[in-house]
Structure formats: structure tokens, C-alpha cells
Design a protein around this ligand. Structure first.
Ligand SMILES: *[C@@H]1O[C@H](CO)[C@@H](O)[C@H](O)[C@H]1NC(C)=O
Ligand SMILES: *[C@@H]1O[C@H](CO)[C@@H](O)[C@H](O)[C@H]1NC(C)=O
Ligand SMILES: *[C@@H]1O[C@H](CO)[C@@H](O)[C@H](O)[C@H]1NC(C)=O
Ligand SMILES: *[C@@H]1O[C@H](CO)[C@@H](O)[C@H](O)[C@H]1NC(C)=O
Ligand SMILES: *[C@@H]1O[C@H](CO)[C@@H](O)[C@H](O)[C@H]1NC(C)=O
Length: 287
């Protein structure tokens, strides 16, 4: 399963105007320390989706900062597990405070999606989602009921962030949510959707790896050549409709990358500096 996050997050903004953006307040002052809440939404009879909200510690009035809804990939990877404890949450898996948590900049809502993932569950396996339309509908229901429960976030700018396969789910979810907003079915201030190393088109993603690693100096010429060759082996298999082989070659490419970068791939791409850059320059910029 893809675990790494690419810092080249594609930020797609729905509205060109951000309106009166959130203002950045007293920088290093930490408020709302550790404030959080969680709950379940029964998105369909017998299907229960778990959410976990962290209020930002970055300002006194948390409604002055955006809300980031975080979707992990997989499908089947837990946002409250990976995203929270291994990537951007306030504490790591050893319950040590993380110095570069997104919660320091913005409110973060982790959602275990689709149902059956993490703490989300179904009463009967027949209720598991079978396609992305169902997942999108479940997520819109989750958002609707979440905002009813915590209505002070209705007007707060909402950004959907996703990783890997989450990119597919986020795109469909955001589209459906936007339609419901336009129809007046839900009061929600959706501002944007961000697809991080999204698995929208796997081969296009794989073919960016070699140039990306080269341009960030993580591989040299020889390293570039081997990652590129391995990535193209995936393409060749795909072009021949050899899907099993394509999957094996893709897996091999990750091994090649780990070898060529001395295993730095995952680490580098998860750098807190990069997420801080994205948050400060893209999300929280006062426009
Ligand atoms: C939180 O962000 C501020 C900048 O807004 C920074 O000065 C501070 O060091 C950060 N704190 C942590 C714990 O990341
Ligand atoms: C961890 O962060 C919380 C919330 O900001 C804070 O209250 C607590 O003192 C921190 N713990 C340590 C050991 O720094
Ligand atoms: C799901 O299971 C729980 C626990 O057995 C039960 O209380 C609840 O009524 C069930 N809900 C549905 C919709 O089947
Ligand atoms: C998605 O799955 C649901 C539930 O199984 C089904 O009703 C719906 O027709 C499917 N939609 C598509 C586009 O396949
Ligand atoms: C990457 O590998 C493919 C397949 O071997 C080759 O055609 C292409 O020229 C390579 N790209 C670069 C920039 O070397």
C-alpha cells in the first residue's frame, strides 16, 4: 500500500475568490491546548463512520482558522491512524507531541473512510461501499451530520485534503458536496480540495517519480536512470494490458527508489517543513 505523501500537493481551488480570508493571529501563542472531540455518524442504516476533530491550537478563536478534512488512501487506510499518528496529528504513535503538527495551523477533522476502515464499521459486510459514488454519498452524509453537531464550523472555510487513493474519493466527494451546497441542501463553506500523491491516474503518478526525485536531488544520474527504467517497465506492462505484471513492476519500482535514495523516500516526502509551507503559503495566506 502506498504510504508516502508527495509534497507536490495539487491545490485546486473551487472559488477564485477566497473571500475575507482567515487572519493569522498571535503567532507562537498556543490556545485550545489539546481540545478535541469525536463521534460517529450513521451514514446509512447499519453503516457507521467515525470522525475525530482537533481544534487548532494556533489561535484563540478556532473559527478564524480553516477546517481541514483529512482522507487517507488505500482504500482502507485509517485517517485517525496513519494521518493522525504517523503524519500530521498533534501526537505521534508514541504519544509524543509532534513539533510540526497541522493542528498548530488549522482545525483538522480526521475521518475513517470508507465505512469498515479504522474505527468506522458496518453491521453487516453487505453494507460496505462498493464504489466511489457510494463513498462520496457517505462522506456528504458525514459532513452534513458533522456540521449539524458542530455548527460553529458551518461558515468556516473547509478544505478537503487527501492522500493516495484518497484523491479519487476526495474528487468525487467534493463534487457531490459542491452540488449539494448549490442546491441548498447543506450549509457548508467548501473552499478547496487538495490531492496529495493522488492515485487518480496511477501510471502518470509513477512516471513522475524519477524526475521528481532527480529535481529534488534525492537521486543522481544513475539513480534517475534506474528509477526511470523501472517506472517505464510498469508502463510497458500496462500498455500490454498485463495488469498483474504492472502491479509487480510498480512494487519493484518502490524498492528501486528505496535503494537509490538509501530509504529516504518516505522520510523526505513527509517532511514537516513542506506541509508547513503548503499550509502557510496556500491555505492560510491572508487574501
Ligand atoms: C506553531 O506555529 C508557530 C507559527 O505560527 C510557530 O512559531 C511555533 O513554533 C509552532 N509550534 C509548534 C509546536 O509547532
Ligand atoms: C503537548 O501538547 C499539549 C497541547 O498543546 C500541551 O498541553 C502539553 O503540555 C504538551 N506536552 C509536552 C510534554 O510538551
Ligand atoms: C446495528 O447493530 C447494533 C448492535 O447490534 C444494533 O443496536 C443496531 O440496531 C443495528 N443497526 C442496524 C441499522 O442494523
Ligand atoms: C454503487 O454501489 C451502490 C450500492 O451497491 C449501487 O446502488 C450503485 O448503483 C453503484 N453505483 C455505480 C455508479 O456503480
Ligand atoms: C526513461 O526510460 C524510457 C524507457 O526506457 C526512455 O524511453 C526514456 O528516454 C527515459 N527518459 C529519460 C529522460 O531518460
Amino acid at each position: 500500500m502506498i504510504k508516502f505523501i508527495v509534497l507536490l500537493a495539487l491545490i485546486v481551488s473551487f472559488a477564485s475568490q477566497f473571500g475575507p480570508g482567515p487572519s493569522v493571529e498571535g503567532a507562537a501563542v498556543v490556545h485550545n491546548a489539546g481540545k478535541q472531540t469525536w463521534g460517529y455518524v450513521e451514514v446509512r442504516p447499519g453503516a457507521f463512520m467515525f470522525w475525530w476533530l482537533y481544534y487548532t491550537t494556533g489561535t484563540v478563536d478556532y473559527t478564524k482558522k480553516p477546517l481541514v478534512l483529512w482522507l487517507q488512501g488505500g482504500p482502507g487506510a485509517s485517517s485517525t491512524g496513519y494521518g493522525n499518528f504517523e503524519e500530521i496529528g498533534p501526537q505521534d504513535a508514541n504519544l509524543k507531541n509532534r513539533t510540526d503538527t497541522w493542528v498548530n495551523y488549522t482545525n483538522v477533522l480526521f475521518v475513517d473512510n470508507p465505512v469498515g476502515t479504522g474505527f468506522s464499521y458496518v453491521n453487516d459486510t453487505s453494507l460496505l461501499a462498493k464504489n466511489n459514488s457510494q463513498i462520496a454519498m457517505d462522506l456528504v452524509e458525514l459532513t452534513t451530520r458533522f456540521l449539524q453537531k458542530v455548527p460553529e464550523f458551518e461558515n468556516v472555510p473547509l478544505y478537503i485534503f487527501s492522500e493516495s487513493y484518497g484523491g479519487k474519493m476526495a474528487a468525487q466527494f467534493a463534487l457531490r458536496l459542491q452540488k449539494q451546497i448549490v442546491k441548498g441542501k447543506i450549509k457548508c463553506n467548501l473552499k478547496g480540495v487538495s490531492l496529495g500523491d493522488s492515485w487518480i491516474s496511477p501510471i502518470d503518478s509513477v512516471l513522475t517519480w524519477a524526475p521528481y526525485l532527480y529535481s529534488t536531488s534525492l537521486v543522481d544520474n544513475a539513480g534517475f536512470a534506474s528509477v526511470n527504467a523501472s517506472a517505464y517497465a510498469v508502463k510497458t506492462a500496462l500498455d500490454n494490458s498485463e495488469f498483474g505484471k504492472a502491479t509487480t513492476e510498480w512494487d519493484k519500482t518502490e524498492t528501486v527508489i528505496a535503494k537509490e535514495t538509501n530509504g529516504q523516500f518516505y522520510l523526505e516526502l513527509n517532511s514537516g517543513l513542506d506541509v508547513a509551507f503548503v499550509l502557510e503559503n496556500v491555505l492560510l495566506e491572508d487574501k
